[in-house]
Design a protein around this ligand. Structure first.
Ligand SMILES: Nc1ncnc2c1ncn2[C@@H]1O[C@H](COP(=O)(O)OP(=O)(O)OP(=O)(O)O)[C@@H](O)[C@H]1O
Ligand SMILES: [Mg+2]
Length: 410
């Protein structure tokens, strides 16, 4: 796993990039103005960000916004005009050619939109091709290529000619070729964009499964927001060579930095991305299992509720108590005993209530919500009570209703 740090990165295309265009860029002139005045195209305009070890970092933006230029500066297929690109602390912008080749070979694999395969050679030859260039002996090459072919699920196709394969399978070959060397960084430029939607979704799922095992640092470019939201641990949004916003899928959806980002995300299916942890609220009160029925009944009556959620003293979630059960119990228990906590509500706690984790998507809560009038209870991995998702919070979370009052519980 490798960390990538990009600092003050610029790429201007054109013969007068440094002398004429850069001063104008630094003055804040627009991409269009600079093109008109100098004939130079601004590819990247002062990008600074870090890509963490083991994350899938998605870069998205409209055509021409600079995505491919950024990813190609990471392995210097394009030379930056200025700025630095550090990989595990080493600035690759200054590396002499042979050192750069070594970093590319050892640390990086690249997958392109057009698969870039050799059409008249077999799958295994294609996958082993990069290893051949590195001068590995034949047996090692074939062994590594077979491992990569297994990884992407192409066992049995080793000897097939790549041109005879479907687009989805060809792209698996491309992925296997990038993985053959076990690189720490995987650069994927629109890798799935040429595929049919169903095949594309399948490969997205496989990439996520692979990543759960491999923990590579993946830079993934797409202009498809659904793909970005699905794959990205974080997403960078670019416009005219500038990085406009970087955030988790939820942050991009719930706090778009400006109108441009907002217009990107307005038609997205929020229910798949927004989670219970984001929309959960504090309940009006909680009952503790040691509470007596008089106290618990009073809590409900005072606030006009007919149920109350119950926890133990460590805030482990137990279930809920209904007002009818609680009143019934008060009849059997003198108030004095209630106060001394001799009798408590343990025997009347009901458990027919849905729970979820803070990471559960709102989409996955819809079924539970449809089957019960009760809010859904959010618990952490140890079963501790975190908050509740009411039907109103669920619906306004999905609708993106900014006026709804959602309060995150501690
Ligand atoms: N070799 C080049 N020479 C001149 N201009 C270039 C070159 N490569 C890219 N550009 C320009 O730089 C800008 C960014 O291009 P880039 O290819 O990075 O965009 P992109 O976001 O990858 O777009 P797409 O979604 O179409 O792939 C564009 O205005 C493009 O025209
Ligand atoms: Mg591109």
């Amino acid at each position: 796993m490798s960390k990538i740090e990009i600092e003050g990165l610029y790429k201007i295309f054109g013969p007068r990039a440094k002398t004429q265009a850069m001063p104008l860029v630094k003055k804040g002139k627009s991409k269009a103005e600079i093109l008109k005045q100098t004939g130079c195209t601004v590819g990247i305009n002062d990008a600074s960000f870090q890509i963490e070890k083991g994350e899938i970092f998605v870069i998205m933006g409209l055509s021409g916004s600079g995505k491919s230029t950024v990813i190609r500066c990471l392995n210097r297929l394009i030379e930056p005009t200025s700025g630095s690109v550090k990989i595990d602390g080493e600035n690759i912008v200054n590396l002499p050619p042979e050192k750069l080749r070594e970093v590319r070979r050892k640390k990086m694999g690249m997958v392109f939109q057009k698969f870039g395969l050799l059409p008249h050679r077999s799958v295994i030859d294609n996958v082993a091709f990069g290893l051949e260039i590195q001068g590995l002996d034949k047996n090692t090459r074939l062994e590594k290529a077979r491992e990569a072919i297994d990884l992407v699920g192409l066992q049995g196709y080793e000897e097939s000619m790549t041109q005879a394969l479907s687009g989805g399978m060809q792209q698996r070959v491309g992925l296997a070729r990038a993985l053959a060397n076990d690189p720490e960084i995987l650069l994927m430029d629109e890798a799935f964009s040429a595929l049919d939607p169903l095949i594309r979704v399948g490969l997205q799922n496989e990439l996520l499964e692979l990543q759960a095992r491999m923990h590579k640092t993946i830079v993934f470019i797409t202009h498809d927001l659904d793909e970005a939201l699905k794959l990205g641990d974080r997403i960078a949004i670019m416009k005219d060579g500038e990085v406009i916003q970087i955030g988790t899928p939820e942050e991009i959806l719930t706090e778009p930095a400006n109108e441009y980002v907002r217009s990107f995300v307005e038609n997205v299916d929020r229910s798949k991305v927004i989670t219970a942890g984001t929309v959960m609220e504090k309940p009006y009160a909680l009952a503790v299992n040691d509470d007596g029925p008089h106290l618990v009944t009073r809590k409900m009556k005072q606030t006009g509720h007919s149920t109350i959620f119950a926890v133990d003293r460590e805030r482990n979630f137990l279930g809920y108590v209904s007002i009818d059960d609680s009143i019934e119990l008060t009849k059997k228990v003198p108030l004095a005993e209630d106060d001394q906590a001799k009798r408590n509500i343990r025997g009347i706690i009901r458990t027919d209530v849905a729970t979820c984790s803070p990471e559960t998507s709102l989409n996955d809560l819809l079924n539970s919500a449809a089957n019960s009038k009760m809010p859904i209870v959010v618990t952490d991995e140890n079963g501790k009570f975190k908050g509740i998702v009411s039907h109103v919070a669920l619906i306004s979370g999905i609708a993106g209703d900014e006026t709804s009052e959602t309060e995150v519980c501690s």
